[in-house]
Write a protein of this length. Sequence first.
Length: 239
Amino acid sequence: IGSFCLSEQGSGSDAFAMQTRAVRDGDHYVINGNKLWITNAALAGVFFVMANAAPEKGYKGVTCFIVDRDTPGLTVGPPEKKLGQHAALTCPVYLEDVRVPASNIVGGLGLGYKIIASMLNEGRIAVGAQILGGAQGVLDYVIPYTMQRKQFGKRLFDFQAMQHQIAEAATQLEASRLLVYNAARLLDQKKPIAKEAAIAKYYATETTIQTCLSGVKWLGALGYMKDAPVEKFLRDSIA
């Protein structure tokens, strides 16, 4: 299992503000820095570490290094205690005088920014696809519930206001799914995807969060209970 080490305390969306440094020492590079919120760090056998090997060049100094887990100086911290996504272990990774051979550079010196852009763009499509499962899960659970639960002598689903809300959520879900499919189609065709991937991720996440919030309300008190899966879908979508 591999782990992509990019984020830092002061470098999240602004990926190129990273403070992790790689200094040349003969045929090796010495890496120092801290990475945060690294997915799969607890399980990974290899890390793809982003570090700036030429800070004076700005983002064009960012370089990707392959670092084996057992490399001296690399330490993985305990898993973070997160609101959701508990199945995905997220840990800090500390690098203190980590020596790696220059041959462990991926893509070339100073080309890490291209790898970052490519992985983030493709990752946005994956996130969009993944998070839509939560929205679909809400509808799959809530619709049968509204067809059985009765209030004031009628099924919840028979109230027109409820039908409107569910129809709107289903429409937004379908639109989100098509945006994700379109971005994936362009990726398969090796076409530019930066805009389409960002749109797909944005709309899919907004749709899912809103659908999960609505699902909690549609279920009433049950939506607040762990007996129903909707509260988990909400926590995972926010995370």
